[in-house]
Each structure stands twice: as C-alpha cells, then as structure tokens.
Design a protein around this ligand. Structure first.
Ligand code: ADP
Length: 648
C-alpha cells in the first residue's frame, strides 16, 4: 500500500490530535531512564567539538607568535587565560608546545568522539527498544476492530517506521543539533573575542545559510512525498502483474500491460526528476552563499592585513595568523549550517511519529476487564445466549439470538455467508462485547470473568489455520508451553497428524510456517487441531474447520474432530452440512436472526431454509422453489454492494 493511501486512511487521527507535547512526553516517559547515557553523549559532544576548534587556532597563533614573532605568545587568545609560568619562553619551546596542543586535541578529540557516539547511540537504541515493546504490548491488547485489514498496515507502520524515525532523531538529529550549537557558540564566541568587527562580517552569511537550507527542506519535502507515493503505485502495479502473469499471457495483453507499466513508471520518473531538479540546486546554491561570505571576509580581512590598517569603518589591528584563523573557521560553519534544515525536519518527523505512537498507546480498550473479575470455573460446560444483540457499528449484525447448549453437546450454526455465524462465536470468546443481552458459561457472565481464564477454557479451530514460523512441536504446544513430548505425540495422533509429521524431514522439529516447509491446508488444519487437543479446553469452537480441504482430507479431519468433540461443549460452523448433520442442535441463521432450530431430521421435515440448503448441496438444484433462488440472488447482489462500499 502506498504511503499516500495510508495517510488518507488514518484510524489514529483522532487520538493523535489529543496528544499534547509528544516530544516532552517521550523524554519524560522514556528518556529519564537513560539520563546517564545522554548526559555522557552531550558532554562528550561539547568537548569533542571544542577540541576540534583548537588546531586551526594554534596554527594562527604559531604564525603570529612563533614563525613571524609579530606578537607575544602569552598574549594570544586563548593562551592569555593560562598563567604565564606554564608557557615556554623560547621559540623552540613554543613551537613544540603548539605541536603538543594540536596532537593532544586530536587524541582527546578522538576519545570524546567515541564517547559521544556511544552515549547518543545507547540513548536512542534503548528508547527505541522500550517504545517498540511497549507499543507492541499495547497493540495486542487492543480491541479486535483495530485489526481490520487497513489498520494492520497502519500499525505495522507505527511499529516500524515511526519507531525508527524516533531513533533517527534521538541519535543523528540530537548529535547534529549539539554540533551546530557548539559550532555557533564556540566559533562565534572565539571570532568575536579575537576581532568582533571582522567577526560580524564573517558571521553575516550564517543566518542566510540557515534560512536557505530551511527553505530548501520545505520545498523538497512535498516532492519526496510525491516520489514515495508514485513508487508505491509502481510497485503495486508490478506486483499485480507478476501475480497475474498467467492471465496476462492467456489474454494476450502483454502490450496493454507494458503500456500501463510505462505510464506509472513515467509518473515515478517525473516525480523523481522534479525532486532531483530541486536537490541538485541546493549544494551549488550553498556554495555560492558560502563563497560570497568567504570572499567578503577575505576582502575585508585581506585589505586589513595588506594595508596594515583597518579598511572602511573598521578600527583596530588584524594579524596574519588571526586572519588565517578567520578564514579556516568560517569554512567550518558551512556543513553544520547546511544540516540546520535537516535537523528541524528530523525533529518535526520525530514529533509526528511520537504523536502517532502515543495516540496508539492512549487508545482506550473498550473491552476493559471488570476489576472484580474472577476466574471462570467450568463444571458442566453449559452455555447460554440470552437475547443477544450486537453490531460492529451502529447497525445490529445479530439480533435477539437466544439459545442454550448443555454441557458436552454439539451445537451447529449454519446459514448463508454474512448471516452472522462467526460473529455469534466471536462474542463467546469476547473478541467483542454484546450490545444487549448476555452470554453465560455455567452461570457466569463472560463479562464478569477474567479474559485469560475465559480464553483458556475455550479452544478455537478456525478456517484459516495459521502457523507461526517455528517447529511443528512449537506450533502444537503454542499456549500450552509446558506439555511433554509424549503429550504432544498423543495430541497429534488424536488429530490424525502424527503420521504426516513423522514423514517430514525433521519430524516434530521441522520448521513450518512462513519461510518454513510448506504444509497443505489439511495438514495445517490438523496441526491446529492437535493444538486444541493438547489444550484440552472445556468448550470448543470450530469455525469452518474443514473448509478448503479435499474430501479425503476432510474425512481425516472429521475423524479427529469427532474424537475431540465427544464430552465437550462444541460450537461448529460449517458450510458443508454433511459435517454437522449429527449435531445435537442445529441453528439456522439468516440476516443475524435465528430462523430455524432443531436436529437434522427436524429441519428436513420443516422444509425451510435448511432443507433447501441441504438440497443444494445434494445437487437438487432444479427442484428448488423459485423464492429460494430469488433470495440467494438478492443476497449475492447485496454482498457485491457491500464489497464495493468497502473499497470507497
Ligand atoms: P458469517 O460467519 O455468517 O459468514 P459474519 O459473522 O462473518 O458472517 O459476518 C456477518 C456480517 O458482519 C457481515 O455483513 C460482515 O460484513 C459483517 N462483519 C464481520 N466482521 C466485521 C468487522 N470486523 N467489522 C465490521 N463488520 C463486520
């Protein structure tokens, strides 16, 4: 997804605007713990930069006081600050003294540079780590509604881009900031001290360069945003085409697609070229400004030295050595000043990023746990839905759902896609809270028990069996971490998975999941079932556990499921009605309401929606009543409309 698309669809905008002073909060909440590191960084940075200033100054002093003997060594800035007794009197001594100071400045400077990097890096890395883990922690406790597709992208972007941006400012940005401060204060101070009049001339370009770089950053930012957005479009087009290469070839549309790629590539080229045109003007522009300053200082200072008297309105003396110092120092201004705009930019980005991070952290969890929540105690495993109504947004998705399942029984939910079957079960797991009514397990309302104990008591096998990157064993023991190898094997056997696992290259130690050995849908499903067997939950939820597998695998899975569901309260959603026809009760849902209930035989006798669905699956399409077909068509049309609505 392109960054432009992300920006437009920003679910955290509201909270973000409420975050006050995010940088201050960042430093107070996270910076405090690493105060020693940042203090070391700042002090070392100041010392290192000050030491950097010594060699040019000593060169100037040597020119005036040692090489040409035009001035007294002890009266030079900053040597006047030292007691005269410390300074050598003879020229040779003074020469070696100068060499020693320069060598010392380099040696100690290197040490301080090391310390400075250590301090700032330690500060930035620690904060980055703490912010990332805290954000992740908060994120996985957020309500399920945050995990709808687009918001997952947004959260990924907060966890990676925003957290990294903080690190960039805390390290590079703060580093450059202190360098700039020391340069401006240190060099400015020294120059003013040596010759304040020439200093004013030499410092004249500084604010101009600062303004110029700031303007440059302001101009180039939107252009870079444009580049990022067009590269996003280009990438999705390429990805799309590579994925659909078979369709392209079979429809003979290579030329058409080449033209489309040409178009988006051209957009990228234009955006990039626009940014390049601005960028390549910056450094020459900076050089011109720096050059004007240099020439100006050279003319004024040069005339001063050359004539031996102050030119124009200026008064006082200027020695050759100090003139050299001026020229060398003004050169040192240019780079830190060129970064001025960059620092402001980094600060603004870091500020926006911490606002996004704190916006996420401040998001209240609507599903707060009741402070007096007790652990769920399951005895029989009787589950009661009492007149439950719920909607993801304003509009209710399920209404007046009312039923009871006795301990150990199996309840099946059937009905057309979108009827609300999964939603009913998500409420049991308390992924969301009911709007009206209540759900009880053995007389305990799910809202009054701890989330942990609730989810511990319920095993869930969904339609897309997700495996984490890790060994088969780790995937089976996920959530039951202390299981013995023996128990894992037993669970796998019960799930009809033991045999194929043994045939994997490393058996139970084979790496699976993303980047691991690819398992088939049915194999993944059986690993997930083994996980549920091992967990040995009181209540089991099977959400289309056998969809997407072939008939033979379905038979295997069904066998393992049958073993798993005996003596356990089970909820099963299934498209293939054959898999649930033995359920104790079947509820037929349509448009969020229970329209029929009973056993398979009861429902066939009733000759309603269930009987028709059963007929369709048995291949009796021609014998369906007209009304049923019309309804199916209306529903399909509605699903298409919904999908289109989502795209807007
Ligand atoms: P079923 O399992 O019967 O196919 P679902 O319970 O998945 O039906 O969905 C019922 C309705 O709720 C559908 O219209 C679906 O679009 C909507 N829905 C499902 N999940 C969400 C969600 N996270 N946010 C908003 N609407 C949702």
């Amino acid at each position: 997804m392109s960054s432009a698309a992300l920006d437009e669809d920003d679910p955290f905008e509201e909270q973000r605007e409420e975050v006050e002073n995010p940088m201050k909060r960042l430093f107070l909440a996270y910076g405090r713990d690493y105060l020693p590191q940042v203090t070391v960084g700042i002090l070392a940075s100041v010392f290192a930069r000050l030491l950097d200033l010594l060699p040019p100054l000593m060169l100037g002093i040597a020119i005036d006081a040692v090489f040409y003997e035009d001035a007294l060594f002890s009266e030079q800035i900053p040597l006047v600050l030292l007691p005269e007794a410390w300074l050598p009197a003879g020229r040779t001594g003074q020469f070696w003294f100068t060499v020693a100071v320069i060598a010392g400045a380099f040696a100690f400077g290197a040490g301080f540079h090391w310390l400075r990097n250590w301090g700032f890096n330690a500060f930035a890395q620690h904060i980055q780590h703490d912010v990332r883990t805290d954000t992740y922690d908060k994120m996985q406790r957020l309500n399920m509604e945050f995990f709808a597709d687009k918001q997952t992208g947004e959260m990924m972007s907060i966890l990676s881009n925003d957290v990294n941006r903080l690190e960039r400012f805390l390290n590079d940005g703060m580093n450059s900031l202190f360098r700039l401060a020391v340069m401006v204060v240190g060099i400015g101070g020294l120059l003013l001290w040596i010759n304040w009049q020439l200093a004013l001339v030499a410092l004249l370009p500084v604010p101009v360069i600062a303004g110029f770089t700031y303007l440059f950053i302001r101009t180039i930012q939107p252009k870079y945003a444009e580049v990022r957005s067009s590269v996003g479009t280009l990438n999705s087009r390429l990805e799309n085409n590579l994925g659909g290469i078979q369709v392209i070839k079979s429809s003979n549309t290579e030329e058409y697609e080449s033209d489309r790629v040409d178009d988006v590539s051209m957009d990228y080229f234009d955006a990039n070229w626009d940014a390049i045109r601005t960028r390549i003007k910056f450094f020459p522009g900076l050089r011109v400004l720096a050059g004007i300053g240099f020439v100006f200082t050279f003319v004024v200072g040069g005339l001063w030295v050359f004539r031996g008297a102050a030119p124009g309105p200026f008064t006082g003396d200027l020695s050759v050595g100090m003139f050299v110092v001026f020229i060398l120092y003004t050169q040192r201004f240019i780079w830190p000043m060129a970064q001025f705009g960059q620092i402001i930019n980094m600060y603004q980005r870091a500020r926006a990023s911490s606002a996004r991070i704190f916006g996420l952290m401040d998001e209240p969890s609507r599903l707060a746990e009741n402070p007096d929540a007790a652990d769920l105690v399951v005895d029989e495993g009787r589950v009661v839905y009492d007149d439950v109504t719920f909607g993801y947004e304003e509009e209710p998705i399920i209404e007046g759902v009312d039923f009871a399942v006795d301990g150990g029984e199996t309840l099946a939910l059937v009905g057309p896609t979108g009827a609300g079957k999964s939603t009913v079960l998500k409420l049991l797991l308390r992924m969301y809270d009911v709007d009206e009514g209540g759900i009880e397990i053995d007389g305990q309302d799910v809202r009054d028990v701890t989330l942990r104990s609730l989810r511990q008591s319920i095993g869930y096998v969904g339609q897309s069996s997700y495996l984490f990157y890790g060994t088969v064993r780790e995937n089976i023991t996920y959530g039951t971490f202390d299981a013995t190898d023996e128990a894992v094997r037993e669970a796998a056997k019960a799930a009809e998975a033991h045999e194929f696992i043994q045939n994997l290259p490393d058996g139970y130690d084979t790496m699976v999941g993303e980047r691991g050995v690819k398992l088939s849908g049915g194999q993944r499903q059986r690993v997930t079932i083994a996980r549920a067997v091992l967990k040995d939950p009181d209540v089991l939820v099977l959400d289309e556990a056998t969809s997407d597998v072939d008939t033979e695998t379905e038979m295997l899975i069904q066998r393992s499921l049958d073993r798993l569901t005996t003596d356990r309260t089970t909820f099963a959603i299934a498209h293939r009605l054959s898999t649930i026809k033995d359920a104790d009760t079947i509820l037929v849902l349509d448009d969020g309401e229970i329209v029929e209930r009973g056993t398979h035989e009861d429902l066939l006798d009733a000759d309603g929606l269930y009987a028709h669905l059963w007929g369709v699956q048995a291949g009796e399409i021609d014998e369906l009543p007209r009304e049923f077909v019309d309804r199916a068509q209306r529903r399909a049309a509605r699903l298409v409309e919904d999908a289109e609505g989502d795209d807007d």
